[in-house]
Write a protein that binds this ligand. Structure first.
Ligand code: ZN
Length: 576
């Protein structure tokens, strides 16, 4: 293709609204334009890149026996009510009514629709296993859409679903997906980690997230460089750092003291002169309608995911201020476990064995000192907190690290949640009705592009992996008024094309500096510069990522690029 005929609206300046590199560069390089908050148009270059990503995803899904389908984005409420998720999804779901006042929604995921297809068609164990997938637009009403394509309200996903007769079958489908995901992300040129995750609103038993470490990410991965343990923040189990001050010794009775206007952990720490680790943080949560008190160390945060897992609740939320007032007789900021009746108290493991700590007194503007768990109140101990910097590895005791990351893929063992609730049954070999077991598996298509930009960019633009860049090679004749430059460029262009190279000819009548800058910005991995060196029969091959320049003869250049790209395109697809 010839650049002079293409629509590539690059910007000279950084767009003011962009917060993260991928957002800034995708806008500047003319890949995307925003239509509304969290809603983007993908222009020519983005679409080329996304189609390459989709092709890789498709090849690897087909290689594990996946069958591609395309399901509706518009769903009737009924199937979501059957699974129980019409309520659970809350405000994250785009809901609408049709002209007959029927409830509908825009699909944010497709477990319900896939299960509805399966229960209508699958009759016998002989039809199992199945892996069905689609590449389709999803919708999520994000409360705070931001960071360009990283947190959006409309996005592309590959989602697949496995149906098996038993748990061993699901294990096999899960493992196939795990391996396929590794091949997909490898071929897309990403450095990623597969971490243990919690299945959250999806239900089910086992789950892994595929994460790319980047400052732009909003998720945290907790990992141990020493032993390789890795998990997401909500799921990670670690050993808490020791408290910053020793607990007072002795069998001291709780003692009320006045803390006027001191509501937060930090304010009470400042007021008492004792570190945050000397306090218990009281959080009031509601799990499936039941109010509970959750205690963590002052400097720790509650993992709502762990809390949900421990209570087994399908819906959890912080209590409202009026609920807190009615139960405790005080407002948040003065709450504590002492003297409570008829309320389940859950305490984090880091509070076990502690003595004489500070907690709220359940009276506004008062706290208690000398509160000892197990003596002054009786909690259930669980691992309830989020991992924090300074924690030690649960496996080997060495320090863990926390890295900001972007999630690019997620796989779940769903179990029987959807097949059971939606009535999917098949006959087994004995002619008995049984419920198939399911898995679901997602990949964020734009997330792959974003993660690649976040991973590979510099001050001049993107340096995309060859497998997903909109073009593999750009040929730049230095002076378009010079027939020698233009002829050589045209010959190189044809030679590259005949070798199957995806090549762009920058035939614009612009200064070379402008053309080089644009090529650097849009992220094409290799550039051939056809200029003065042609007098000696030579051109330059420029590597966008390393900025290394190699001189080769005009005749040799296409073959050299072909070799470089063959190495960069990644592994061939395994045969199914
Ligand atoms: Zn470790």
């Amino acid at each position: 293709m010839q650049w002079s005929r293409l629509f590539i609206p690059t910007l000279r300046e950084d767009p003011a609204e962009a917060e993260v590199p991928s957002h800034r560069l995708l806008l500047r390089a003319g890949y995307i334009r925003q239509l509304a908050a969290g809603i983007y148009s993908y222009l020519f270059l983005a679409q080329r890149s996304l189609l390459k990503i989709i092709r890789i995803v498709r090849e690897e899904m087909d290689a594990i026996g996946g069958q591609e389908m395309l399901l509706p984005a518009l769903h009737p409420a009924e199937i979501w009510r059957e699974s129980g998720r019409w309520e659970v999804m809350g405000d994250n779901m785009f809901r609408l009514k049709d002209r007959w006042q029927h409830d509908l929604c825009l699909g944010m995921t497709h477990e319900e629709v896939m299960t509805a297809v399966a229960r209508g068609e699958l009759r016998s164990y002989k039809q199992l296993p199945q892996i069905w997938y689609q590449i389709q637009t999803k919708f999520r009403d994000e409360p705070r859409p931001k960071s360009g394509l990283l947190r959006v309200r409309q996005f592309l996903m590959k989602d697949s679903y496995s149906f098996d007769l038993d748990a061993a079958g699901l294990d096999a489908a899960y493992e196939k997906h795990y391996q396929a995901y590794c091949r997909i992300f490898d071929r897309c040129g990403l450095k990623y980690t597969a971490v243990e995750a919690h299945s959250g609103a999806m239900g089910g038993s086992q789950s892994h997230e595929f994460m790319v470490a980047t400052e732009a990410g909003e998720d945290y991965v907790v990992s141990c460089p020493a032993c390789g343990y890795a998990a997401n923040l909500e799921k990670a189990e670690t050993v808490a750092s020791p408290p910053l001050a020793p607990d007072p010794e002795g069998d001291l009775a709780p003692e009320k003291f006045h803390t006027p206007g001191r509501k937060t952990i930090a304010e009470v720490a400042d007021f008492t002169g004792l570190p945050e680790t000397s306090q218990m943080k009281s959080l009031v949560m509601v799990a499936d309608g039941t109010l509970m008190l959750v205690l963590v160390r002052g400097d720790h945060a509650l993992s709502e995911t762990k809390f949900a897992g421990i209570t087994g609740a399908s819906e959890i939320r912080p209590a409202h201020p009026d609920e807190i007032r009615a139960t405790f007789g005080a407002d948040a900021g003065s709450l504590g476990p002492v003297g409570l009746r008829g309320i389940r108290i859950l305490a984090d493991l880091a509070l076990k064995g502690r003595r004489n700590m500070i907690a709220g007194a359940n009276e506004d503007d008062y706290h208690l000192r000398h509160v000892t768990p197990g003596e002054d109140f009786t909690p259930e101990y669980h691992d309830l907190r989020q991992a924090a910097p300074g924690d030690a590895c649960i496996r080997c005791g060495r320090p863990v690290r926390l890295d900001k990351s972007v999630e690019i893929g997620h796989i779940f063992k769903l179990g029987y949640k959807y097949s059971e609730s939606m009535g999917l049954r098949v006959l087994n070999a004995d002619g008995k009705e049984v419920t198939p077991i399911m898995g679901s598996y997602g990949i964020g298509i734009e997330r792959i592009l974003c993660a690649a930009v976040e991973s590979y960019h510099d001050q001049d633009g993107m340096a995309l992996p060859a497998s997903i860049a909109p073009f593999e090679v750009i040929i730049t004749p230095v002076n378009t008024a010079e027939p020698v430059h233009m002829d050589a460029a045209a010959r190189l262009y044809q030679a590259c094309r005949s070798l199957g190279i995806d090549v762009l000819l920058d035939d614009r009548d612009e200064r070379p500096g402008v053309k080089f800058k644009d090529a650097d910005l849009i992220g094409v991995p290799y550039r051939i510069t056809a200029g003065k060196k042609l007098a000696q029969g030579k051109v330059e091959i420029y590597d966008r990522r390393t900025r290394a320049v190699t001189e080769v003869s005009v005749e040799e250049a296409p073959q050299r690029l072909h070799e470089l790209l063959t190495a960069a395109r990644g592994q061939p697809v395994s045969a199914f």
